[in-house]
Structure formats: C-alpha cells, structure tokens
Design a protein around this ligand. Sequence first.
Ligand code: F6P
Length: 355
Amino acid sequence: MRVGILTGGGDCPGLNPAIRGATLRLIRDGHIPIGILQGWKGLVQGLTVPLSEERVDEIIREGGTILGTSRTNPFKNEQDLQRLLDNYHALGFDALIAIGGEDTLGVGARLYAEHHLPVVGVPKTMDNDLGGTDFTFGFDSAVSVAVEALDRLRDTAKSHARIIVLEVMGRHAGWVALYAGIGGGADWILIPEIPVDLNAMCHYLQQVYHGGKHYGLVVVSEGVELPFAQTDQPIVLDDFGHVVLKERAVGSRVARYIEEITGIETRDAVIGHIQRGGPPTVFDRVLATRLGLKAAELVSMEQFGSMTALHGVEVVAVPLTEAVRNLKLVPYDLYEEARQIFQRLVLQPQRSGAV
Ligand code: F6P
C-alpha cells in the first residue's frame, strides 16, 4: 500500500518519533510510506516527500516535525475538500496516517465517515486534552519545560522577595498548568476548568508571603477566564473557529491584580512556544514511537477509522470518533487533590475590607 503520513495542528515534541515509528513499521510490512507536507494543506495542494529508513533514522531526538504542519481545515470550503479528494486519488494513496489533535483528527474522522477515505489517527498535543487516550505525546515535554521555568523563577522570586506568575499554554484544558504547578511546587494554580477565585488566591498569597516565605509562585493557564474586563483587542479565530489567544495576556493581568490587591511586588513570565520546541523527553519518545508503530499495524490490518491510544501501559486502537467527541478536561477531584499541596495553609479569616 502507498500510505500518506501527515502532521497537523500545533507542533510538539514527539511528532518526529511518531513519524519514525510509523515509517519503519510500514516499510517492515512491505508498504510505501510517503510524507505529506504541512498537514491537510499538503493534501489540498499535493505536496509530498518520500520517506525512507535513512530519512527517519535519526529524527527520534528532534523536536518539531520534518513534515511541517498547518492549521488548515479542508472542510471550510468545498473547493479545498474536492482538491484534497482528487489529490488523494491522483497520488495513488491507499491509506492515510494523520498525526494530530482534536482538529486534525476531526478532519480525519469526517474524511473516513463522509468520504470513505481509509484513515488511521495518532493522537498528539502538548495540551493533553484529547479524548480516548490516557496521555498524548508532547505533554510530558511541555510540562518539563514549564517545571524548569518554575525552578528558575523560584530563585529570582526568592532573591527579590516577589511573587511571580508563570503563564503556560492550554487553550481549553489546564493539564499543563496543573502538572507544572504540582511538579514545580507552585503556591496557586489557575486552570480554565475551575472558576477562578482571585480574592481567595490573593488572601492566601499574602498569608504565605507574610508568614515567612517572602515570595510566591503562581501558575496560570492561558485559557483561564478572568472576572474583569478583557483587553480591547479584536477576537481572531483560526480555521477551526478557535479564538487565537496570543493577545489575552492572562499572566500579566493576574500579576497586576495580585500586586494591586496584596501590595506585594509581582511580575509575570510567559513561556509560550518555548514549551513546544526542543527535543522530546524519553517518555514522549517512547509513547510517540509506540503510537506510530501501532498506527502502521492498524493500516496493515485495514482497521481504518481508528486511532491509536494509550490505555494504562497498553497501546490500543479506539474509534476516531471517540477521540474527537469530547475534550478531556482536568477533573475537579484532581484539582482538589493538587489543592492539598498548593493551598496547604489553613486560611485565617479575612479582615473586612482586606483580602
Ligand atoms: O493546540 C495547542 C496549543 O499549544 C494551545 O495550547 C495554544 O493556545 C495554541 O496551540 C497556540 O497555537 P499557535 O502556535 O498557532 O499560536
């Protein structure tokens, strides 16, 4: 079979190991792997590149994706969809392996269900918010970067007796903020799933600070809704209708609020795309390789319309529709579990007028 492999959506560490795993197993099973450049855009435009054992041999340690990526949604206009279908046949493909998150796999699920294209999905996203799998690759690498940032911020926050707010990615889900906050020992964690209580946070930070610690660390997810007015920047949507969050400056707004309410000097840091680059952690290398291998195996078995997934320590196949049905959000109980650590002091009652 001629099998096209593409990577779509935001890049993350682990994409290259997944491409490598799928390519090596496809070759082993007697198939021809072909790289499709820039996600679904590459199939719309007919952009391909050969994949061989030599080409993928050393990419296990490389961040990003050798195939490039885009946030192209071919279902957004009829012509693009037709060009994609025409190219699929003109390029002689027999199957596709789509490596991506909710948007890329959502397109894959529709191509399979509505146009009968034989698609197998591989889950990736640093946000870890994809359904059907326990973890996605990219997440462990991103969290490791965020924890390192917190370790560094602790040194400077402590030296200057400041509070520092770290803003991390996470559009709909707070997995990165929660894990970074636990792993980096933050004093408060704000995630999109849990309504923020800024006054409780400020009151707690004041107690921590004046109780002898003399500094504080807060982690906030970029997707958190704040109870005061948003910036007046125009709302920009991507191809899939998601709000582009780059102008929201959640971290700096939280920092300003803390400083205003507590009177403690507060700064913020945003690590942004730094979380998405660099070599994958060992966990992500192994997970991505296994998910890629399994995807090629599913192609050989002609088990299309499925996605590879991690269940416990097993790599299994689940229906693509299951993966894209609902986002996997941080459960309330897990946040409360973390709260036992970050909010460990018993709060003294607030004096009236003070936080
Ligand atoms: O979808 C993953 C993600 O990393 C989100 O957490 C973030 O909001 C978004 O991508 C940023 O995308 P871009 O690279 O297009 O700015």
